[in-house]
Structures are given as structure tokens and as C-alpha cells.
Design a protein around this ligand. Structure first.
Ligand code: ATP
Length: 927
């Protein structure tokens, strides 16, 4: 084996060197890479090559180092000022203060650092989740592996919708079209083949027998041998030119950063005001300066963006548990605003486990029995069993089913409790799977038929064409085309019908009978396929599908059930209560779609149903007029989805749209929340999406919406907590200076409040469970401010009360013990801390503190208890007394502290409940 890794020199490879494979025939390429294209590499060889070639990944951009992240924490201007001020106080001999402040600043930085590391980790874990995979032939078996494990010489299969995982020399191509705009800028897909080119000296866009990493298969299928991986690929060569990272910034985060800037200015102004007022009232300038800087550090909500990222990331982890994978963080926010979910039917609302129950051929409606994928069952005409071998039309239909088919039936040994049983599985498209099982019930299998008929060419299925066909040839050179597809489409291509063993011209009456039967089956919620064939003379041009898929002989129809998923009906009801409309979009027949939509509660009696043809006939204005009333779209092509998204958006809707195919990508991209299918979705659709459903299930979208709403609520909760606390902190200092009181809090106490009281509980709010009414409210308006629905009100009322009450506690104690300022300061400190720790429970509800059980967030209870314990330690652990300027308090003081710290939420809560125009509570109740 003379395979070696080719290195390209940084100055640029010679063209001939780069393009060596393109004028070789496939056999030579395979030989060069030491691989048998029908067996693939073996595992050991692949491992060995992986060691030499490295992972098939593009090098990542520079990441900030851990040390860098830590240092970043000190880059905050106010923190620097504080450090300098502390240094000065240290030089002036105030060692305890200086050391304590520096310790707290360090701790604060450490906390910020941990938060950011966590945020970064969750983000990179998210990126990994959507890592690409590849279908590769190893030791004679096709398996799906992580694309980063591909090595030169691997044989890789490509299907419509795949993102090409490495640079490949194609050795087989069936109507293979690849969109290479990522490399060449040319957006028109290029038709590929496997033939060697006459010269190696051609540009990238003309290398018809190569597939390049990162480009997309938009039609057809093919196989290729990996020639370059990772940074050796063409994409690797330009990797530094392309932006590979997804945007992980969210509009809310950006808005909060802007808000943060305003808050910094406000906090600085207020702090300056406090300092100036204090000095004017005769306070010591140096002490006031230190207090001012500490206040500024405490009042500036610098941790807000990091906590938002953590809340988002934690929420995203919870979503993953509920099987929704977020690809673009901003969509988490948008999820909570969704007003319409447009869902595919097959596989999302239904199970995508199909079973043929009826076949109609030769004017006879035959029932098919059996259960599961086991190819055992009977064909019955009325009550009587029939022998498929003796019914020529039925036999012909089953043969088409078995040959015009890309799925395979797999027999496996059961595991666990069903160890003794055989398990039957389908590998491939469920529609094809259902047909193989049915043919198997008559003893007809692809394996036996393939001995007689060899597949020459496939005209692949796609949702646009709604049909597929294969050209087969026997030993005598006789050629036949076997086709299956949506009945109305296939009938349009038929000129004859197979009846009683003979082929006769297809009359108008025949067509009407077929369509009537199709309706009848569809009304039973069956998904129908039609079957046809033709003899193909050897002289026919095989390359044009529209030429060859004509003049067909109609054979019959098969109706299959695809039962709805159990949980979907309830999920749709949840959506209805949450003010979200569900719309079904399907390629399936209108009657089938309506039958299922009605069963699931999607179709309202007054709701409209539109077909792809209706959409085609309507002008944009006409469509816009009715778009809001449509519940079901049937027989639509993916291109219609884009029109639907745009019309709904024009109506002001925030649209979530699902899709799986290549052609769904534009609609997924245009939707506010583009959702791709994790199991059946193509790479192209996943790439365009912002959310991937790991289980393809509609109910998962609803869980994601709920989680999205909850994450946003939690972010609002800690904004409300942090800002109200800050208002309280500034106010107590400001009022004290205004009234000419001594300093109610010393700098170290202010910093402590900022670190302990604001830090732990705020983080615990990020994991607060959803309120009971989360899915009973109308969707949030996407332009709504974070302060809407009571948050602003709470910040102001609770903040003011916290400030007033803490000051009152200070003043009462100071008036009683004018000689014991430290005692009064300890009381003020304890009141401020406790009132914030009580207020944190008030933040958890959009209403008042009385509306939620305080114990249903254990993390918060723990955070609050530890903050209380730390407060007690600072007060009662005497060595800390001089550091934090505290003295032990007696029972009377504690009564005072408890009363004044409980008052804010109780008073404000009662006021909110009794207020005649408690507008925000009313709005919440109404919505
Ligand atoms: P949805 O759009 O909800 O996923 P769908 O699976 O019916 O529903 P498509 O996959 O676009 O939508 O299929 C459209 C039609 O094409 C089907 O109703 C069926 O008649 C036909 N069809 C589906 N799969 C195949 C196949 N493997 N071979 C031939 N025809 C098919």
C-alpha cells in the first residue's frame, strides 16, 4: 500500500498535485488508496490512518485562554479604581480593610471567571452536538460515524441533503447535483459524475468527478473515496477565510449590554451624588471616596451578561434533556414569542412507522393483515384469503414495491427481556420499508428479484417530484422502468392500465375510478401510493427522467397507515391554551391530511384547508387575506413553505417552521424559529435550522417553547432581583448622606452584599422551575421590554422600600445608641442582606410573593440559607468582627431587623393585590 499523506506547501500546491485524482479512473484511485470500494477500509487500518492523517476537522479559531479569562475580570474600570484605592488605604496603614477588600475583589473575580468558563463550556458543548456525521463503508458494512473520524481511503455514501464530509473522488453518481457555492461562489448546483476528466488542469468548479468538504448534495446520490481530510481539504485551505462559528449572541444579551452601559452611568452619577452629599455634610473625604467606589462596584450590574449566558446555557441543557437541540442561542428567546407552529405531518405529528393495510388493483380492494415489520400476514378479499401469486396485478404491484425501493428489512436477535424473539427493523425510508414488508408477506423479496433484474439507474424520490422510479435490466437485455409515487402525479404519466393480466389503454373512466378509490382510502386517513411500470427500449436516452417516466402502465394503489404520535394531541391542546396556533403542512393528499388534522385537533371546523394547487393559483394578496385562517396545507411542495412563512410573518406572527429536506432549507431559514429533524433531517436542513428535534417529535417543539418562555422569565427574575437590590443599596447610602447621618454601611459591607447576597441567589434564579401558568399565557411580544409586565414596577417599589426600611432600621438603632455606630451599621447591613434574601422569593412570580411555594426551587433555598449562614458568621464569628465592622446583635435588634426586612415585600405585595388598578397583575391574569 503506497498511500501517503500529501502535504500542501503553504506557498500553494501545484495545480496538478492538487487535482491528481481527477484524470484517474475510479479503480486507480481505489488502488492508490489501498481500498476495495465494495468493502471499504477495515477498522484497524482506519485507526492507523487516523493516527497519521489526524482528525477530519478544520482548525478552530483562537480561543481565549483560562488565564486570559481570569485577567479579563479585572479589566473593569471600577474594579481597578477600587484596587488602587485599597492599595492606598493599605499604604496608609488600614491593613485589615485593604486585605479584606482585596480578598473580596479576588473572590468576585473568581466567581465571574467560573461563570464565564461555564458559559463557554456549555456553548462549545452545544456546538459539538450539531457535529456532522458521515455514512461510510467499513469492513463491508455501511455505518454512520462522526465525520471527524474519516480518513483518506474511506468509501463514503452521499445522499440528497448531505453535507460532504471530506474531499472525495466520486466513484458512483446517480443524478448527483452538488451546490458548491461555499467554495466557488457559484450557487447553481453542478451535476457530477464519476468519469475521469481528460486533463487534471481544470479549475475547482469544473472538477465534475470530485466532491468537496462543506458543499451540499441537493439531489441524487453517489459514492466517493476520501482523498483529503481536515486542513488538507480545499475547505481547509480557505478555512481562515470563512466564519465557521455560529452567532451565540442574543438580542436580549445585546439589549442588556446596552442597558448595562446606561446603568453604569446612572450608578456613577448617583454614587458621585452620594459622595458629594456626604462630603458636604462633613464626612471624611477619603472614607467617602472609598465608600463611593465600593458602592459603584456594587451598583454596576457587571455580571448581568454572564448570568444571562448561564441562564440561557442551563436552559439549553434542560432543552437537550427534553430532546430539543438549540443551534442558535438567539432562538431560545424567540421561542417564547412563537405564535404559530407550522409542522410537517409525517414523522413529526405521526410516528413515521408505516404499514400497508389496503391494496387496490384490478378493481379489487384487498386488505393486508399482520403486525409490525415482520413480513408475515395475509391478503384478504372480504373475508376470504387470497394467494398473491395467483393475482397477476397484485403480484406485479408487489414486485414494483420490492424493486423500486431503497430500504432494507433487517432481522435481529432481541435483547434484554425479548432476548429469545426476533426483532424486525427497517433501514431506510419508512414508506419504502412498509412496502418491503408487504411484498415479503407474499414471499416476494428484493434479493430474489434482483437475481433476475439488475438495477441500472435510479430516478430518486424528492418531495417536489413526489415519485421515484428505477430502471432494471435482465440477462436478455430487456429493460423495465418501475415507478411509484403520489397517485395524482403518477396517473398523469400513465397511458395504460394493467387489468386482468392484460395491458389496456387508460380511459377517462379508469382515471375517475382510480381517483375515487384514492379519495376513499385517504378519507380513512391512509397515505396512498400508486404503482406503475413500462418496458423501455434499449435505444431510449436514460438520462432524462421526464422523458423516461412517461407512457406508464398503471398497476394499482397501496394505502398505508401512519398513526399519530400519542403525545401530540395533548401538545396541540397545550399550544392552543398558550395562544399558539398549530398549522399542518404536508406533501400528503388533502383528504388524508384533513382526516389526521381533525383527529389531532389541528383543524378547527371553521379553519381552511389549502392545497399546493390552490396556493399556486392564488396571488400573494389573495393568499395574504386568508393565510390567518388556514389550518391545513396539503400536497404542498417545499417551495410553498417559504410563501407560507412570509405571509404569516406579514400578519405579525412569530413563526416556527419544521422541515427535513433540502428544499425546506429556505423556509427554515426565513422562519423566526427554523426547526430541523434530528433523525430524518438532511444536513442541509439542519444547517439552516436554529433548533433540531432529536426525536423528530412535535411535542418536543412544545417543550422547547415552554422552556424558552421559562428561560426568559428567569432572566427577567434575576434582572428584577439584581436591580431592585442595587436600588436599595444606593438609596440607603444616598438618603443617609442627604439627612446628614453617618455612613450606614462601610465599603467592605457593600462589597459583601454585592458578592454574597447578589451572587448566589441570582444564579439560583437561573434554574427556577417554570410557573404553573407558563403555558397558559399569550406569547410574549418580541418587541416587549424586559421591564414590561411588572418587572420595572417591582424594581422601583421593592428597591425603594428595601432602601427606606434598611435606613429606618439603621436610624432607629443609631438614635437609641448614638455611641455605638458599629451596632447601627451591623443592623443596617443585616437588614439590607435579609430584605434582599426575602425579596428573591418575590421575584419568582410575576404576581406577588404569596403566589408561589417558596420551597419548590431547592437551589434557591440552599443559596439563601448559605447567604444567611454567612451573614451570621460575619456577625457572630468574632475574628471577622473587626474586618466587617460588625458586632453581635441582641434579640431586640433581631426583631427590628426581621420586621424591617420583611416589610418591603409584604407592604408592596399587599399594595399590589389591593390596588384598584393593579394593571400588571390584571394583564397577567387576562393573558
Ligand atoms: P410531510 O410533508 O408531512 O413530511 P409526506 O411525507 O407525505 O408528508 P413528502 O415526503 O413530500 O411528504 O411526500 C409527498 C408524497 O410523495 C407522499 O404523499 C407520497 O405520495 C409520495 N412519496 C413519499 N415517499 C415516497 C417514496 N419513497 N417513493 C415514492 N413516492 C413517495
Amino acid at each position: 500500500m503506497d498511500w501517503k499523506i500529501d502535504r500542501w506547501d503553504k506557498g500553494g500546491r501545484k495545480l496538478a498535485e492538487q487535482a491528481r485524482w481527477i484524470d484517474w479512473d475510479p479503480e486507480r484511485v481505489a488502488a492508490y488508496f489501498g481500498v476495495n470500494p465494495s468493502v471499504g477500509l477495515n477498522g484497524d487500518e482506519a485507526k492507523e490512518r487516523l493516527k497519521r492523517a489526524g482528525y477530519n476537522r478544520l482548525a478552530e479559531g483562537e480561543k481565549s485562554s483560562l488565564f486570559g479569562l481570569f485577567i479579563d475580570q479585572f479589566k473593569d474600570f471600577m474594579v481597578l479604581v477600587l484596587l488602587v484605592a485599597t492599595l492606598i488605604s493599605g499604604l496608609l496603614g488600614e491593613y485589615t480593610d485593604a486585605i479584606a477588600i482585596i480578598a473580596i475583589v479576588l473572590l468576585n473575580a473568581f466567581l465571574g471567571f467560573i461563570q464565564e468558563v461555564r458559559a463557554e463550556k456549555s456553548l462549545s458543548a452545544l456546538k459539538k452536538l450539531s457535529a456532522p456525521t458521515a455514512k461510510v463503508l467499513r469492513q463491508g458494512k455501511w455505518t454512520r460515524i462522526d465525520a471527524s473520524l474519516l480518513v483518506p481511503g474511506d468509501v463514503v455514501a452521499l445522499e440528497s441533503g448531505d453535507r460532504i464530509p471530506a474531499d472525495l473522488r466520486l466513484i458512483k453518481a446517480e443524478s448527483l447535483y452538488i451546490e458548491e457555492s461555499a467554495l466557488t461562489g457559484e450557487s447553481v448546483p453542478v451535476e457530477k459524475n464519476s468519469a475521469p476528466l481528460p486533463h487534471a488542469d481544470v479549475s475547482l468548479g469544473d472538477r465534475k468527478n470530485m466532491g468537496y468538504m462543506g458543499t451540499m448534495v441537493v439531489r441524487g446520490n453517489g459514492t466517493g473515496i476520501v482523498v483529503h481530510t481536515g486542513m488538507e481539504t480545499e475547505m481547509g485551505r480557505i478555512a481562515h477565510l470563512i466564519e465557521t462559528t455560529e452567532t451565540m449572541d442574543t438580542p436580549l444579551k445585546r439589549r442588556l449590554e446596552q442597558l448595562g452601559k446606561i446603568l453604569i452611568i446612572v450608578a456613577l452619577l448617583l454614587t458621585a451624588l452620594v459622595v458629594v452629599t456626604g462630603i458636604l455634610h462633613g464626612q471624611d473625604a477619603y472614607r467617602m471616596f472609598l465608600a463611593g467606589v465600593s458602592l459603584a462596584v456594587a451598583a454596576i450590574p457587571e455580571g448581568l451578561p454572564a448570568i444571562v449566558t448561564i441562564a440561557l446555557a442551563l436552559g439549553v441543557q434542560r432543552m437537550i434533556k427534553r430532546r430539543a437541540i438549540v443551534r442558535k442561542l438567539p432562538s431560545v428567546e424567540t421561542l417564547g414569542c412563537a405564535t404559530v407552529i407550522c409542522s410537517d405531518k409525517t414523522g413529526t405529528l405521526t410516528q413515521n412507522k408505516m404499514f400497508v393495510t389496503h391494496i387496490w388493483t384490478d378493481q379489487k380492494l384487498i386488505q393486508v393483515t399482520g403486525s409490525g415489520y415482520e413480513p408475515v400476514g395475509k391478503f384478504k378479499l372480504g373475508k376470504q384469503e387470497i394467494d398473491a401469486a395467483k393475482e397477476p396485478a397484485l403480484k406485479q404491484l408487489l414486485e414494483i414495491s420490492a424493486l423500486c425501493n431503497n430500504a432494507s428489512l433487517i432481522k435481529e436477535k432481541g435483547a434484554g427481556v425479548i432476548k429469545k424473539r426476533t426483532v424486525w427493523k427497517i433501514d431506510g425510508d419508512p414508506t419504502d420499508g412498509a412496502l418491503i414488508v408487504t411484498a415479503g408477506k407474499a414471499g416476494i423479496t428484493g434479493e430474489t428479484l434482483k437475481k433476475e433484474w439488475v438495477r441500472v439507474k435510479e430516478y430518486p424520490f424528492d418531495s417536489e417530484r413526489k415519485m421515484m422510479s428505477v430502471l432494471v435490466r435482465n440477462k436478455n437485455g430487456k429493460q423495465r422502468l418501475y415507478a411509484k409515487g403520489a397517485p395524482e402525479i403518477l396517473i398523469g404519466r400513465c397511458t395504460h392500465i394493467y387489468s386482468k393480466g392484460k395491458v389496456v389503454p387508460l380511459t377517462r373512466e379508469h382515471k375517475q375510478t382510480i381517483l375515487k378509490m384514492n379519495e376513499q382510502l385517504a378519507a380513512m386517513a391512509l397515505r396512498n401510493l400508486a404503482f406503475a411500470y413500462r418496458e423501455v427500449p434499449q435505444t431510449t436516452n436514460l438520462n432524462k427522467d421526464w422523458q423516461i417516466e412517461q407512457n406508464l402502465v398503471f398497476v394499482g394503489l397501496a394505502g398505508m397507515i401512519d398513526p399519530p404520535r400519542g403525545e401530540v394531541k395533548e401538545a396541540i391542546e397545550v399550544c392552543r391554551r398558550a395562544g399558539i396556533k398549530t398549522v399542518m403542512i404536508t406533501g400528503d393528499h388533502q383528504t388524508t391530511a384533513v382526516a389526521i388534522a381533525s383527529e389531532l385537533g389541528i383543524k378547527r371546523p371553521e379553519g381552511l384547508t389549502l392545497s399546493g394547487q390552490d396556493l399556486y393559483n392564488m396571488s400573494d394578496e389573495e393568499f395574504l387575506r386568508v393565510a390567518n385562517e388556514v389550518d391545513v396545507y396539503a400536497r404542498v411542495s417545499p417551495e410553498h413553505k417559504l410563501r407560507i412563512v412570509k405571509a404569516l410573518q406579514k400578519h405579525g406572527h412569530v413563526v416556527a417552521m419544521t422541515g427535513d429536506g433540502v428544499n425546506d432549507a429556505p423556509a427554515i431559514k426565513a422562519a423566526d424559529i427554523g426547526i430541523a429533524m434530528g433523525v430524518t433531517g438532511t444536513d442541509v436542513s439542519k444547517e439552516a435550522s436554529s433548533l433540531i428535534l432529536a426525536d423528530d417529535n412535535f411535542a418536543t417543539i412544545v417543550s422547547a417553547v415552554e422552556e424558552g418562555r421559562n428561560i426568559y422569565d428567569n432572566i427577567r427574575k434575576f434582572i428584577s432581583y439584581l436591580l431592585a437590590s442595587n436600588v436599595g443599596e444606593i438609596l440607603i447610602m444616598f438618603l443617609a448622606m442627604l439627612f446628614g447621618f453617618p455612613l450606614p454601611l462601610v465599603p467592605i459591607q457593600i462589597l459583601w452584599v454585592n458578592l454574597v447576597t447578589d451572587g448566589l441567589p441570582a444564579m439560583a434564579l437561573g434554574v427556577d422551575p417554570a410557573e404553573d401558568n407558563t403555558m397558559e399565557r399569550a406569547p410574549r411580544n418580541s418587541r416587549e421590554s424586559v421591564f414590561a409586565r411588572g418587572v420595572g414596577w417591582k424594581i422601583v417599589t421593592r428597591g425603594l422600600l428595601i432602601g427606606f426600611c434598611s435606613l429606618a432600621a439603621f436610624w432607629v438603632t443609631y438614635a437609641e445608641f448614638p455611641d455605638d455606630l458599629v451596632k447601627a451599621q451591623t443592623v443596617a447591613f443585616a437588614t439590607l442582606v435579609l430584605s434582599q434574601l426575602i425579596y428573591v422569593f418575590d421575584c419568582r412570580s410575576q404576581g406577588t410573593i404569596f403566589q408561589r411555594n417558596p420551597f419548590d426551587n431547592p437551589a434557591l433555598v440552599l443559596a439563601v440559607l448559605s447567604s444567611v449562614a454567612l451573614l451570621l458568621a460575619v456577625i457572630y464569628y468574632r475574628p471577622l468582627g473587626p474586618v466587617f465592622h460588625t458586632v453581635p446583635l441582641g434579640l431586640r435588634e433581631w426583631i427590628l431587623v426581621t420586621v424591617t426586612s420583611t416589610l418591603p415585600v409584604i407592604v408592596a405585595g399587599l399594595f399590589d393585590v389591593m390596588r384598584p388598578r393593579n394593571w400588571h397583575l390584571k394583564r397577567i391574569a387576562n393573558s
